[in-house]
Design a protein around this ligand. Structure first.
Ligand SMILES: [Zn+2]
Length: 117
């Protein structure tokens, strides 16, 4: 896929962000939290992520090793992104929060978070 900028937001619109990605793959995760959220993620480096607004609306949830940082909107409960545990310089972005992101044809890799945890 060609590298492209995507705009993302939570459901109520308090949290707005943009990313640049060529989306080589998407990942699902079977860790205890991701499996509950049914999240489908794309990984971007922190330099390709920009939070436009909503810092005050984000609540952070941490568990286990407290390295991964899971953010969600405290108004609508949407889970737009997290900081990854294995690679903290990267954000995992919930692709369902992105405008015009077509998941068709992008390979999905199942990562094994449960095994690592
Ligand atoms: Zn919200």
């Amino acid at each position: 896929m060609k590298e492209k900028e995507y705009h993302g937001s939570c459901h109520c619109g308090s949290v707005q962000f943009k990313i640049v990605t060529d989306a080589p793959e998407l990942t699902t995760c079977d860790c205890s939290i991701c499996i509950r959220k049914n999240a489908l993620m794309v990984k971007v480096h922190e330099t390709q992520f920009e939070l436009i607004k909503g810092e005050d609306s984000l609540t952070e949830y941490q568990f286990h090793t407290h390295t991964a940082r899971h953010f969600f909107c405290k108004t609508c409960g949407t889970y737009p992104f997290h900081r990854k545990r294995v690679s903290p310089d990267f954000f995992g972005i919930n692709v369902h929060c992105l405008e015009g992101f077509d998941i068709e044809g992008i390979p999905v890799r199942a990562t094994v978070g449960a095994g690592m945890a």
